[in-house]
Design a protein around this ligand. Structure first.
Ligand code: FES
Length: 79
């Protein structure tokens, strides 16, 4: 199953497979999510989903059950 994933604030959309690593998807989109440990413990890779859920990209695969997903990188300087 393919999901359309949109990265903000760059506003880049790519297709991804359910279960694929979000870091891989971001890489393919040309979007760089900062990373540190790649094990879920440093929170460097924290991003926000369109429903407000905050996730760590390095330990989060593309979730099933959606046609599209928006991922907001915290590059807003007011955050
Ligand atoms: S890279 Fe450390 S929590 Fe994801």
């Amino acid at each position: 199953m393919t999901i359309s994933i949109r990265f903000l604030p760059d506003d880049v959309t790519v297709n991804a497979e359910v279960g694929e690593s979000l870091l891989d998807v971001a890489d393919r989109a040309g979007v760089s999510i900062p990373t540190g440990c790649l094990m879920g413990s440093c929170h460097a890779c924290t991003v926000e989903l369109d429903d407000g859920e905050v996730i760590r990209a390095c330990i989060t695969p593309v979730p099933p059950g959606k046609d599209e997903l928006t991922i907001n990188l915290f590059s807003d300087p007011t955050w």
